[in-house]
Design a protein around this ligand. Structure first.
Ligand SMILES: Nc1ncnc2c1ncn2[C@@H]1O[C@H](COP(=O)(O)OP(=O)(O)OP(=O)(O)O)[C@@H](O)[C@H]1O
Ligand SMILES: [Mg+2]
Length: 360
C-alpha cells in the first residue's frame, strides 16, 4: 500500500471517475538476480537457461509499487516526479493500454483490468491520450490522423454509412480549433513539433472523451509553443469540461492544476491540492482520495523460488516413499539407494523454507 501524504484535508469525497487501487507493475527482466532459484540450480548442477525466464520465478522489476489514486470528474490532476518514477507507466495503465501485475483501475466503478467490453468501450470512447512523442501515423495526413479513433470505434458499415461524414465534420472543427485548418493534408513530417502535438490533441478529442490523459504534452516543445499548446488545452477544457490527468515536469503547469500528485520510485509520496489553481476552474474543490486499500505486497522471486523448492522437495519425498513401498513388497527389502530421494527432499524443503522465511 502506498501512503500518500496529503497537504490539505479533504472535504466530503464525491464519486471518482477513475480510481487506481493497489496498482503494481513489474516489467519482466531477463537474467536477473531475482531468479535466485535459477542461480542456485546453475551453481548446483550447471543448469542454466529457460528457468530464468520461467514466469513464476521471474516476477520482474517492480516499477509501480502499490499505487492508490482517485481522479474526480472535471478536475485537472497533475502528476510530477523524477524521471523513471513510473509516471508514464501509471498513465498507460489509467488509459487501459497496458495490464497491471496486480491491482485495479476502476472507471466509474468497473474494473478495466478485467478487459472485456467495458475496457474496450473505455479505451475507444471514454478516454483520450496525448503522448509526449505524438505517435501520429506518418503516412496519414493531419485530418486522417484525427479520424483514426473514430474509424476504429465504428463498424465498416457504419463508417461508410454516415459516421465518416459526421466525424470528418468534427475533425475539421477540431483542427480549426487547434489552428490547423490550413494544414489538413500535411503529413506529420511536414508539420512542426507543436503542430504535430496539436494534431494529437485533436485526435484525442475526436470522440469527445470524458477523460484526457496527457503525457508531457509540452515536453518536446520549445517554451513558446509549449505555452500555446497548454493555453489550447485549458481553452478546450473550459469549453468541454473534461477531466484532465497531465504528467509533467513543468512545475508551473502542475501549479495550475487542481491537484498535484508527486511520484517517487513507483509510489505516490504526496498529493497537493492547489489553493488557487489556474484555468480551468472546477465548480467545487475535489476531495482527497482515501488511500486505504490493503493489498498484500507482490511476492518476491526468492519467495516464489522457495515455494518451488518446497514442491520439488515434496515430490522427491513422495518418490522416496513410493520407492520404499515398491522395494518392500516387490524386491523383498529396502535398498540404501532410497536415501537419495529422501536426502534431496530434505535439502530442498529446508532450502525452500529458508528462502521463504528470509523473504517474508
Ligand atoms: N516496456 C518496458 N520494459 C521494461 N522496463 C520498462 C518499460 N517501460 C518502462 N520501463 C522502466 O520503468 C521505469 C519507469 O518508466 P516510466 O516511463 O514510467 O518513467 P517516467 O516517470 O515516465 O519517466 P520520464 O519522466 O523520464 O518520462 C523506467 O526505469 C523504465 O526503464
Ligand atoms: Mg514518462
Amino acid at each position: 500500500m502506498t501512503e500518500a501524504k496529503s497537504s490539505s484535508g479533504g472535504s466530503s469525497p464525491g464519486s471518482p471517475i477513475l480510481s487506481v487501487r493497489g496498482l503494481w507493475k513489474n516489467y519482466p527482466v531477463q537474467r536477473t538476480d531475482a531468479s535466485i532459484f535459477a542461480r542456485l540450480m546453475k551453481v548446483a548442477v550447471g543448469w542454466t537457461g529457460a528457468l530464468d525466464e520461467w514466469s513464476p520465478l521471474n516476477t520482474g522489476l517492480p516499477i509501480l509499487k502499490g499505487v492508490d489514486l482517485d481522479v474526480y470528474p472535471d478536475e485537472t490532476l497533475a502528476i510530477v516526479g523524477p524521471s523513471g518514477a513510473g509516471k508514464s507507466t501509471l498513465l498507460h495503465l489509467m488509459g487501459a493500454l497496458d495490464a497491471p501485475s496486480k491491482g485495479a483501475v476502476m472507471y466509474r466503478g468497473s474494473d478495466l483490468t478485467k478487459g472485456g467490453s467495458v475496457a474496450d468501450e473505455y479505451r475507444n470512447r471514454r478516454v483520450g491520450l496525448v503522448f509526449q512523442f505524438y505517435h501520429l501515423f506518418p503516412d496519414l495526413d493531419a485530418l486522417e490522423n484525427v479520424l483514426v479513433p473514430a474509424m476504429v470505434a465504428s463498424s465498416v458499415h457504419g463508417w461508410y454509412g454516415e459516421a465518416r461524414a459526421r466525424y470528418s465534420a468534427r475533425a475539421l472543427e477540431l483542427l480549426q480549433r487547434v489552428g490547423l485548418e490550413k494544414r489538413l493534408h500535411h503529413r506529420p513530417a511536414q508539420l512542426s513539433g507543436g503542430e504535430q502535438q496539436r494534431v494529437a490533441i485533436a485526435r484525442a478529442l475526436i470522440l469527445d472523451p470524458e477523460i484526457l490523459l496527457c503525457d508531457e504534452p509540452t515536453g518536446n516543445l520549445d517554451r513558446k509553443t509549449g505555452e500555446e499548446v497548454l493555453a489550447l488545452l485549458w481553452e478546450l477544457k473550459a469549453k468541454s469540461g473534461q477531466t484532465y490527468v497531465i504528467v509533467t515536469h513543468d512545475r508551473k503547469l502542475a501549479e495550475k492544476a487542481n491537484r498535484c500528485v508527486e511520484m517517487e520510485d513507483g509510489k505516490l509520496v504526496q498529493i497537493t491540492t492547489n489553493a488557487s489553481p489556474g484555468k480551468p476552474e472546477v465548480s467545487s474543490k475535489p476531495p482527497e482520495p482515501s488511500i486505504s486499500v490493503d493489498l498484500p505486497s507482490a511476492p518476491s522471486a526468492a519467495h516464489k523460488g522457495g515455494e518451488v523448492a518446497i514442491y520439488l522437495g515434496a515430490a522427491f519425498f513422495v518418490l522416496g516413499l513410493v520407492g520404499t513401498i515398491f522395494m518392500t513388497f516387490a524386491a523383498g527389502g529396502v535398498h540404501v539407494i532410497l536415501l537419495g530421494p529422501f536426502a534431496l527432499a530434505f535439502v530442498l524443503i529446508l532450502m525452500g523454507v529458508a528462502m521463504k522465511v528470509q523473504n517474508t
